[in-house]
Design a protein around this ligand. Structure first.
Ligand SMILES: [Zn+2]
Ligand SMILES: [Zn+2]
Length: 356
């Protein structure tokens, strides 16, 4: 096997490097900066140049990271390595590894739907495709982004008309910026939680156009938030931080909102089904477009996808990893681990010292 699971992570022995290792290693190739894929402590990192400032913030100022342009080929110990857009979040990449006449691709996380904050998913032909399967069940079928954001805009405009604020919860890294870049900013002012703004900083540094945002802690203590859209990480839900917004309607943006039980559990006024992962049709289409004869499924709904592909004559198998998918690291951790380049966002008041 050109890439095999080991106790430290997915390992390419021929080139002596790991892809998204979950323990510190000498040489790591990183698909994207979500905390279950990019972990600190490794000796040297190779990652997409597109999201480098964000990854550097994630791994810390001392981490040695080399940026590679999409499509640029790097020789690592006789193995050809290149990165290709995964369409998941800013800088997200699939890792293409070529050696001894075989091509393997590690998908990382990906989606096929358009997203103004990152380069679109690029199908890469390969012999073996290692894919995620966060939403690998036929019940997961996303609406077109334009329809989803139309719904968010209508909810926000209705609240503004009724003199209420609109609080929208979404993961601080990726989801929040996609929301900011996609809503109709003419509806009203946009206010963000510190964990979101520190990521916005990295996105703007990378040239991603986001509308004007105000940091909650920077706004006047007696400010009236009626008509504003407030974007906050899920961890801000049910905290005193929300009291300042007065009368508000709240909503949650996540792929899990497709499940009635998840919506109830979150006990918000609205659930918007918005995911940065591929839905079921997109998983099948992405896998098909690689032309791979063998597929390994790493995380999420592994068994249903393996069974479905096997029944269609593909050599499909589960591959055990420590990636967590949308329910794991991307939901709960990023906010708590981000700090702003100026450091001041670290101590967003009203959040108990933990900016998550
Ligand atoms: Zn991810
Ligand atoms: Zn993942």
């Amino acid at each position: 096997m050109l890439i095999a699971p080991t106790p430290k992570g997915l390992y390419c022995a021929a080139g002596d490097f790991y892809v998204d290792p979950w323990q510190p290693v000498d040489r790591a190739v990183i698909t994207h900066a979500h905390s279950d894929h990019a972990r600190p402590g490794s000796g040297a990192y190779l990652a997409s140049r597109a999201g480098l400032p964000v990854l550097q913030t994630r791994l810390g100022p001392d981490a040695s990271i080399e940026g590679l342009a999409y499509g640029e080929v790097r020789d690592i110990g006789g193995v050809k390595v290149s990165l290709h857009p995964a369409g998941h979040v800013l800088g997200s990449a699939q890792v293409r590894v070529e050696h001894g006449g075989e091509v393997w691709v590690v998908s990382g996380d990906y989606k096929l739907d358009p997203d103004p904050t990152c380069a679109p998913f690029e199908p890469v032909r390969c012999n073996v495709f290692i894919t995620e399967s966060t939403f690998g069940l036929p019940i997961y079928r996303w609406q077109a982004p334009s329809e989803i954001f139309g719904g968010i805009d209508r909810w926000w405009a209705r609240n503004a008309r009724d003199g209420r604020a609109s609080v929208l919860f979404g993961y601080a890294f990726g989801k929040a910026q996609r929301i900011l870049a996609s809503v109709d900013a003419s509806i009203g002012p946009i206010v963000v939680h510190g964990a979101v703004e520190s990521l916005n900083y990295g996105y703007r540094e990378c040239g991603v156009a986001l509308p004007e945002t105000t940091l909650v802690s920077d706004s006047h203590p007696r400010r009236d938030y009626a008509g504003a859209l407030i974007v906050a990480p899920p961890s801000a839900q049910s905290t005193p931080w929300l009291r300042r917004f007065g009368d508000y309607s709240d909503a949650f943006a996540s792929g899990w909102m497709a499940i009635r039980g998840a919506r109830r559990q979150r006990s918000v006024d609205q659930g918007f089904v918005l995911s940065d992962h591929a839905d079921w049709p997109s998983l099948l289409s992405a896998i098909g477009s690689t032309g791979a004869e063998r597929v390994y499924v790493t995380h999420g709904q592994v068994e249903p996808l393996v069974r479905f592909l096997s029944e269609r004559g593909l050599d499909a198998q589960a591959m055990k990893t420590e990636f967590e998918g949308e329910a794991g690291a991307e939901e709960t951790k990023p906010g708590s681990e981000w700090s702003s380049p100026e450091g001041k966002l670290h101590s967003d008041p009203g959040f108990g010292g933990d900016p998550s």
